[in-house]
Design a protein around this ligand. Sequence first.
Ligand code: SAH
Length: 248
Amino acid sequence: MKGFVSLVGAGPGDPDLLTVKALKAIQQADVVVFDRLVSQDILDLIPADAARYDVGKRCGQPSMKQEAISLASDYQRIVRLKGGDPYVFGRGGEEALLLVQNDVPFEVVPGITAAIGCSAATGIPLTHRGVSRSVTLVTGHVQDGGEFKGWSGLVNSGGTLVFYMGLERAKELRSGLLQAGATSALPIALVVAGTTARQQVEITTLACLEQAALNLKGASPVLMIMGEVVHLRAELGNMAESLLRSVA
Ligand code: SAH
């Protein structure tokens, strides 16, 4: 007898940003498998009698991807909780493929991805009339030995760029973008733990990105929003952040 797996997006941290569908899946779970990006406030919503598996430190290892499959023979309703959206840089696609290959029935419940959550919580619209007509979500992570060749495409888009997992690669991001013709004055917001009570925002420029990243060393998780839209924060940021503090 095989259980049913819900690959659930937990959003960027604030539990109020879960979808109703995600909340229902969590409340009905017999077992919940989660990793380190899922906030404590959201883990507190897991029913007391549901089993819990913390796969946080085994990120990306085959054993973690197998977890939901082996659990499907022991439990009815399995929830695999993932930070943000499962299909945005969350390896959710890999886990879904494995479920298909093993004939395990499943659904994907979308979540608010970090770019969308951090945008609202920092007062930085990702698109804005006359300023940016596109937004590109990019991972700063490259597979071992790989080299990213898409810098010109990113710069030529002329729109907002949002880098996930980019902090450790600030040096490469800076040189890649500058060589492709980006201006050194390009404004950048580094958002730490966006949407949560410990949200922190550093505003810098492409020229100073490496230093700004060094100053944040050890902070996690960090998202980088790059583009002229960052200037809108001067007017929209205070209101967004005062509301964050009031719910904390
Ligand atoms: N599936 C997730 C992304 C997983 S990759 C999503 O859709 O959001 C992990 C990266 O996401 C982190 O390195 C960081 O860049 C970003 N991230 C996730 N949550 C964040 C948050 N609350 N604040 C800032 N960055 C976050």
